[in-house]
Design a protein around this ligand. Structure first.
Ligand code: NAD
Ligand code: AHE
Ligand code: ZN
Length: 368
């Protein structure tokens, strides 16, 4: 079939809208009409050329929601008309990782996904007869996509696509990091570095679990008001304090119980670890840093009980947890609407990237 998509031809160049040829679903695959997609900082990171797995040309996008149009042979859990959220972290429920119950990082299709291909080693996208890469197994900047069944969460049909698409990455990553990865307990002091599309969801996750102090750190003063609305109790602008680590240790009477790095800056990752409480403080890395970047700290920081962790997709098991998170939104337990600051048609998708770069948006959503 033919569809429309925003194609990334070359690192750093704006996306262009193209007529794309899309091959139909093979065994175990599903054709989905994408109705809406968010633009996450990770799309920008890959487009910038900093992603070691970034391939060009590609159809980026990994924060979508849509409707099943057709299923390939052997698909048993989905049918045409089902509403779905594509998962860049699938859940096969059969691989070593899924069965371990220790991680959400399903390995069933990770190697082909990282090569921009479907599990059979081919691409379903072509422009002008030439193959174009998939991205993160989702490519939600295309109006239609083919996705393995294990990479689709079936969601309720009354949930609005232009809001719940954000559960495909940002909402789940932020809230999940608090609930599933850190397992923050009521009363704990939490520090969140970076109050963008992910960090604000960490803040609302911290409020959900009844955290004590919720301290937000951002260079952009415009982030303070929104973060307070989502539960932040204290705001720190690093450019206005002498030493951000000492400042947080003072604010928390000895250090944070949990900190979250939601920027992708390795210097901030160090600060996030070192502002944690001696003996037990845990720092969770969410931000994605560029190829070749490394983190550093004195081993003494770990010897004295601080814990450094990371999380992908908030530790969520997509097919199991995403439908539940959609329910939380529909039941009014989480706020998504206020974080979606801009809505654009596909042909204005580059404006969404510009708004993010200028720090003017939290989430831009493209509606097909
Ligand atoms: P964003 O651009 O919306 O937000 C980043 C925020 O960090 C902005 O508010 C910005 O002002 C602030 N910031 C930048 N430099 C800073 C500094 N030195 N000190 C303090 N604040 C600073 O981005 P986002 O969509 O929220 O994504 C955040 C990071 O999380 C990115 O690296 C993204 O790739 C990553 N991410 C990871 C996962 C995962 O599963 N681990 C999922 C989604 C996004
Ligand atoms: N290709 C990148 C990996 C970037 C990365 O860590 N991605 C996160 C999701 S970010 C969503 O916005 C992730 O899921 N990681 C686990 C995985 O298996 O990729 C790089 O830097 O190499
Ligand atoms: Zn993302």
């Amino acid at each position: 079939m033919k569809t429309k998509a925003a194609v990334a031809w070359k690192a750093g160049d704006p996306l262009t809208i193209e007529d794309v040829e899309l091959e139909g679903p093979k065994a175990g695959e599903v054709l989905v009409e994408v109705k809406a997609t968010g633009i996450c900082h990770t799309d920008y990171y890959t487009l910038s050329g900093a992603d070691p797995e970034g391939l060009f040309p590609a159809i980026l996008g990994h924060e979508g929601a849509g409707v099943v149009l057709e299923t390939g042979p052997g698909v048993s859990t989905l049918a045409p008309g089902d509403h779905v959220i594509p998962l860049y972290t699938p859940e096969c429920r059969q691989c070593k990782s899924c069965l371990s119950r220790k991680t959400n990082l399903c390995t069933a299709i990770r190697s082909t996904q990282g090569k921009g291909l479907m599990p059979d080693g081919t691409s379903r996208f072509k422009v002008g007869g030439k193959p174009v890469h998939h991205y993160m197994g989702t490519s939600t900047f295309s109006n239609h996509i083919v996705v393995p069944e294990i990479a689709l969460a079936k969601i309720r049909s009354d949930a609005p696509f232009d809001k719940v698409c954000y559960i495909g990455c940002g909402v789940t990553t932020g809230i999940g990091a608090v609930l599933f990865t850190a397992k923050v307990e009521a009363g704990a002091n939490v520090v969140v570095f970076g109050l963008g599309g992910i960090g604000l969801n960490v803040i609302q996750g911290a409020r959900m679990v009844g955290a004590g102090k919720i301290i937000g750190v951002d260079l952009n003063p415009a982030r303070e008001a929104m973060a307070r609305k989502f539960g932040m109790t204290h705001f720190v602008n690093p450019s206005e304090v002498d030493n951000v680590v000492d400042h947080i240790i003072q604010l928390t009477d000895g250090g944070a119980d949990y900190s979250f790095e939601c920027i992708g800056n390795t210097k901030v990752m160090r600060q996030a670890l070192e502002c944690c409480h001696r003996g037990w403080g845990q720092s969770i890395i969410i931000g994605v840093a560029e190829a070749g970047a490394e983190i550093a700290t004195r081993p003494f920081q770990l010897v004295t009980g601080r814990v450094w962790k990371g999380t992908a997709f908030g530790g969520a098991r997509g097919r199991t947890d995403v439908p539940r998170i959609v329910d939380w939104y529909m039941d009014g337990k989480i706020n998504i609407d206020d974080l979606i600051t801009h809505t654009l048609p596909l042909d204005r998708i580059n404006e969404g990237f510009d708004l993010m770069k200028r720090g003017e948006s939290i989430r831009s959503v493209v509606m097909y």
